[in-house]
Design a protein around this ligand. Structure first.
Ligand SMILES: [Zn+2]
Length: 98
């Protein structure tokens, strides 16, 4: 599952400062409704295309210890970019395959 999060920064700031960003940890799992069960689960990469540049953007993931599902935090700034994944070719902004 993906939730969209506002980080109040530009894409290059998000990329450059990813390790220092404060990622909100959901209190309730949207899959199983357990409370306080999320632990960090790394990240995956997504490409974001601007008119002139390609950014490799890390997408933070949480893991539910109760139901073993993951939850990804998609930065809202990606909604302004065209992006694609390695398997799907071009996709319109805001549409996720995960
Ligand atoms: Zn869960």
């Amino acid at each position: 599952m993906v939730i969209v999060v506002e980080f109040h920064c530009l894409v290059h700031e998000y990329v450059d400062h990813f390790p220092q960003l404060d990622f909100p940890r959901p209190e309730v799992c949207p899959h199983c409704h357990a409370v306080n069960v999320f632990i960090g689960h790394g990240f995956y990469l997504r490409k974001a295309l601007s008119q002139t540049q390609v950014y490799l953007v890390r997408i933070k993931r949480w893991y539910c210890k109760a139901c073993h599902q993951t939850l990804s935090l998609l930065p809202s700034l990606l909604l302004r970019f065209r992006h694609y994944t390695g398997t799907c070719g071009y996709a319109s902004a805001g549409v996720s395959s995960t």
